[in-house]
Design a protein around this ligand. Structure first.
Ligand SMILES: Nc1ncnc2c1ncn2[C@@H]1O[C@H](COP(=O)(O)OP(=O)(O)O)[C@@H](O)[C@H]1O
Ligand SMILES: [Mg+2]
Length: 285
């Protein structure tokens, strides 16, 4: 019997559905709680359960990345791969990869100091957007309306720790219809897409912040852009692609490597967890 190791720190609805999908396909799920494992990175014995393939579902980005890397070094297959996860986990690396692949993405400038940050923002114009290079659920993604706000926010971030001192500054994209798109790439297919609509007066459409979801038809443009974006960060995995639609058309905002689908399944009726597990089992062969 094929075993699928699900590496988790929390078993949310999403993980429960993945576990059910594994069982339904006659395979055996092994729920591997981060808290319970130790890993020998010098070649000795550790206590992580052996599986034919591992699916990385950790909410904690850094811990997830480390576990994936260690498992890969042991010769295991992990979805997604460490290398592509490392790129997705970091918005700076993601934007670099997207730009290199010629994929439309908002103009982004990086600065490491408040004064040079303000200079970069003069290039972008106001309003602009600032983000932590590592983060999710829209956390600390902020709109910089003017120079004074920009200075204040960068000043605060200087005291938030080293991670926040790399200023990722981005052109603001006015969303047509006040919504953006999240598409789901599984292997070489785009299996689902939703529109996300922010709550009133909110920049961020993240469902974690109350953003509402609506089914979205997978047009050839969405399909093409999503597949190219997934490929640009490493491909061969499961990805959530954020697409902004502004007056210059569609642009890829970011690519996520551990996707949540608890909103997408009820809204689209598409069995995203089932399709993910089909792909995972396909990779075992
Ligand atoms: N440049 C931008 N212009 C307009 N809205 C943006 C821009 N960047 C991000 N957003 C909004 O903020 C949300 C969160 O930003 P995102 O880069 O996806 O970070 P996170 O990883 O926290 O989801 C996006 O889904 C989008 O709605
Ligand atoms: Mg996002």
């Amino acid at each position: 019997m094929v075993t699928v190791g699900l590496i988790c720190d929390r078993v949310r609805w999403d993980e429960k559905e993945l576990i059910k999908a594994v069982r339904r396909r006659g395979a055996k799920p092994l729920i591997i709680d981060q808290k319970n494992i130790f890993l020998d990175i010098t070649g000795g014995k550790d206590n992580i359960p052996e599986a034919d393939i591992y699916l990385q579902r950790s909410v904690s980005t850094l811990k997830g990345l480390y576990i994936s890397k260690i498992l890969e070094e042991k010769g295991c297959t992990v979805i997604n791969s460490f290398e592509s996860s490392r790129i997705c986990a970091d918005k700076l690396l993601t934007t670099l990869a997207l730009a290199k692949a010629g994929i439309p993405t908002p103009r982004t400038l990086i600065a490491f100091d408040i004064e040079s940050g303000l200079e970069a923002l003069e290039q972008l114009g106001y309003p602009a957007v600032i983000k932590p290079v590592i983060g999710s659920w829209g956390r600390f993604v902020a709109l910089l309306r003017d120079r004074q706000t920009a200075r204040s926010i960068m000043e605060e971030r200087t005291f938030m720790g080293a991670l926040y001192q790399t200023f990722y500054l981005q052109e603001y994209v006015e969303k047509i219809g006040k919504k953006d798109i999240r598409s789901f790439v599984v292997g070489d297919r785009v299996v689902a897409a939703i529109y996300r609509i922010a709550v009133k007066d909110e920049l961020r459409t993240n469902t974690a912040l109350g953003g509402r979801a609506e089914a979205c038809q997978i047009t050839p443009e969405i399909e093409n852009l999503s597949l190219r974006a997934a490929e640009a960060v490493g491909g061969d995995g499961v990805y959530g692609v954020d697409i902004l639609i502004g007056d210059k058309g569609m642009m890829v905002n970011e690519v996520n490597h551990t996707v949540e689908f608890h909103t997408t399944v009820p809204v689209t009726g598409i069995d995203v967890p089932g399709l993910i597990i089909d792909y995972v089992l396909e990779r075992v062969k």
